[in-house]
Design a protein around this ligand. Structure first.
Ligand code: ADP
Ligand code: MG
Length: 255
C-alpha cells in the first residue's frame, strides 16, 4: 500500500469516498474537528444536523471546493488531498448539486447540459446533445430542452441541475440540501429523481432535512453537530432510537 492509495474495503474494491481525520479551519474557527467516515460504492449516505454544524463544509471538502486543513480524503482509493493528485480528473468523477440550482440563466436547459461536456469533458457537440437529452429524459424534462431557467419552476430547475451533473457521467453525486429552496409542492419530484438515481446504483452523499427520504432511500444516516459526527447508523434505527442526547434533541425538533 502506497502513501497515496488506500484499500480499506472488503472484497478488494476501495470505498467510493473515504475521509480520515478531516479538520477544516476558517481562520481560527475550526469547523470540522476530526471527521472519519466512508461511503461504499452504490451506497446512499444522508447527512443531517443543525445549521452551522459543518455539513456543507464536509461536502465541499470531498470535491475540494474547500481545501482541508488536515486529514486525508480518498476517492475510489486515490488520495485527493495529495498535493500531486490530478484534482481536475478526480473532481470530474464527482457530480455536485447545490441548494441554489446555479443554472446559467442566459442558456436553455439543453445548453446548460452541454456546455461543460464540450468545454470541460471535450465532447463533440452531437455527442454532448445526445447525452444531455438522455439525462433530460431521465429527470422527466425531455419536453423542456428549449426553456430558459426563468421559465421553469424551482423544482424543474433543480432537476435540470441534476441532469447537468449527470451529463458529466460522474461515478458519485453529492447533494447539498437540494430541496431546501423549493416550495413544498415541488420537493417530491426532485426527491423522486434522486430515488431513481439511488435505485440505479449511484453512489450518493445527501445533506438533507427530508427524514422520509433518508429513511426510505438512505443506506446510512450520519448526524453531525459542532463539526463532528455524533452518531451514524442505519437510518430507521437512528431516527427511531437515537443514542446520543444531541441527536435526540435535534430529532425532537425536526420530526
Ligand atoms: P452547515 O452546512 O451544517 O449549515 P457549514 O459547513 O455551512 O454548516 O458551516 C459550518 C461553519 O463554518 C459555520 O460556522 C460557518 O459560518 C462557517 N463557514 C462556512 N463557510 C465559511 C467560509 N467560507 N468562511 C468562513 N467561515 C465559514
Ligand atoms: Mg449547509
Amino acid at each position: 500500500m502506497s502513501d497515496t492509495s488506500r484499500d480499506t474495503r472488503t472484497e478488494g474494491t476501495p470505498a467510493a469516498i473515504d475521509v480520515v481525520d478531516l479538520h477544516k479551519y476558517f481562520g481560527d474557527n475550526e469547523v470540522l474537528t476530526g471527521i472519519d467516515f466512508h461511503v461504499d460504492n452504490g451506497e446512499v449516505v444522508c447527512v443531517i444536523g443543525p445549521s452551522g454544524s459543518g455539513k456543507s463544509t464536509l461536502l465541499r471538502c470531498v470535491n475540494l471546493l474547500e481545501v482541508p486543513t488536515k486529514g486525508k480524503i480518498f476517492v475510489e482509493g486515490q488520495e485527493i488531498t495529495d498535493p500531486d493528485a490530478d484534482v481536475d480528473k478526480l473532481r470530474s468523477r464527482i457530480g455536485m448539486v447545490f441548494q441554489q440550482f446555479n443554472l446559467f440563466p442566459h442558456m436553455t436547459a439543453l445548453r446548460n447540459l452541454t456546455i461543460a461536456q464540450e468545454k470541460v469533458a471535450g465532447r463533440k457537440k452531437d455527442e454532448a446533445i445526445e447525452i444531455a437529452r438522455r439525462n433530460l429524459e431521465k429527470v422527466g424534462l425531455a419536453d423542456r430542452e428549449s426553456a430558459y431557467p426563468a421559465h421553469l419552476s424551482g423544482g424543474q430547475q433543480q432537476r435540470i441541475a441534476i441532469a447537468r451533473a449527470l451529463s458529466m457521467e460522474p461515478d458519485m453525486m453529492l447533494f447539498d440540501e437540494p430541496t431546501s429552496a423549493l416550495d413544498p409542492e415541488l420537493v417530491g419530484d426532485v426527491l423522486a429523481v434522486m430515488k431513481d438515481l439511488a435505485a440505479e446504483g449511484m453512489t450518493m452523499m445527501v445533506v438533507t432535512h427530508e427524514m422520509g427520504f433518508a429513511r426510505e432511500v438512505g443506506d446510512k444516516l450520519v448526524f453531525m453537530d459542532g463539526g463532528v459526527i455524533v452518531e451514524e447508523g442505519e437510518p430507521s434505527a437512528v431516527l427511531a432510537d437515537p443514542q446520543h442526547e444531541r441527536t435526540q434533541s435535534f430529532l425532537s425538533k425536526v420530526l
